[in-house]
Design a binder for this molecule. Sequence first.
Ligand SMILES: C[S@@+](CC[C@H](N)C(=O)[O-])C[C@H]1O[C@@H](n2cnc3c(N)ncnc32)[C@H](O)[C@@H]1O
Length: 195
Amino acid sequence: MESMNEIKEFAKANYIPIVRDKTAKKLTEICKAQFPSKILEIGTAIGYSGILMLKSSNARLYTIENNNERAKLAKENFEKYKVKDRVTFYIDDAQKVIEELCSKNEKFDLIFLDGAKGQYIRYYPYLKHLLSGGGILFTDNIYLHGFVQIDGKVPHKHRSMVMNLRKFINTLSQDNDFETNFYDIDDGFSVSKLK
Ligand SMILES: C[S@@+](CC[C@H](N)C(=O)[O-])C[C@H]1O[C@@H](n2cnc3c(N)ncnc32)[C@H](O)[C@@H]1O
């Protein structure tokens, strides 16, 4: 695979959050093992994780980003890494797009949830609907710098996001339609397989 270091360095220098290395390793392992034909990604940023997933599978990627500047860079990267023809790109609000995909009854084998953390709980029923049987929901940043796991006071600016992430984790762990494993690695991620 062409080196992805250039995108990583760019993201770091420009404070653009991208998937961390150990999380990316698990995500690409799943892509290789699962043979997804359709992947949905919430939160493209500049295309780093999308390219990793495409290079680790033969899938088509449907990806959503609402920041125009990042979307422009992502498009350039999809072209540069020669995956452009396998990408359906929505430059729009994720909630709006997933509702549209649900109304069209689209199904995905793998969903990488990596958008606005406070919205995960809101997206949850839609994403569940969009997964095909045996499909995987891979969710990043579930522990949000450890704030989700602490007993003490959460700083005000993170409070609602943390509350929503806790609700999301509770919902996932109680949903018997999924078999979920939680990983305390990097910023925390979960892998949920729809039965
Ligand atoms: C953590 S970054 C994604 C990183 C990317 N998946 C990667 O690892 O290379 C989250 C992205 O979600 C986007 N985002 C936040 N809220 C969104 C929304 N409501 N709709 C679509 N995208 C959104 C942000 O602009 C940001 O680029």
